[in-house]
Design a protein around this ligand. Structure first.
Ligand SMILES: [Zn+2]
Length: 123
């Protein structure tokens, strides 16, 4: 159920943005979620359809994009992306993370659990 407050906030932000741009409708909203986010695309769209009904965003398509894992090396502070494991179980069964710059193994994940709004299409 925690998708609900996220979605209602996304709609607020997008509708405000659309109004500022004198848009009549929002067609598509791209939502980027962190690799550890457990927001479910199916529920997101379902809630979205429900809440956006009376807004400029009614009928808009919600596109969910998973952001990559970002690690930072404690040795040289280099930040790099690590591809998500195929099984989608982020955080479990990751290979050992080695810094591509200095070869250090003391790397920690800095990707956040949150989400952010990417592009949106308005008319
Ligand atoms: Zn390093």
């Amino acid at each position: 159920m925690h998708e609900l407050p996220v979605i209602s906030r996304v709609i607020d932000v997008c509708v405000r943005h659309a109004r500022q741009n004198n848009a009549r409708r929002i067609l598509k909203i791209e939502l980027q979620v962190g690799p550890f986010s457990d927001l479910e695309a199916e529920w997101m769209q379902r809630y979205f359809d429900h809440i956006s009904k009376t807004t400029l965003a009614a009928g808009a398509r919600l596109e969910i994009e998973k952001l990559p894992l970002i690690f930072r090396c404690a040795g040289c502070e280099h930040e790099f992306e690590v591809p998500l494991p195929d099984n989608g179980a982020a955080g479990a069964g990751l290979p050992e993370i080695i810094c591509p710059e200095c070869g250090g193994a003391d790397c920690s994940c800095i990707a956040e659990k949150g989400y952010r709004i990417g592009n949106m299409e308005i008319i």
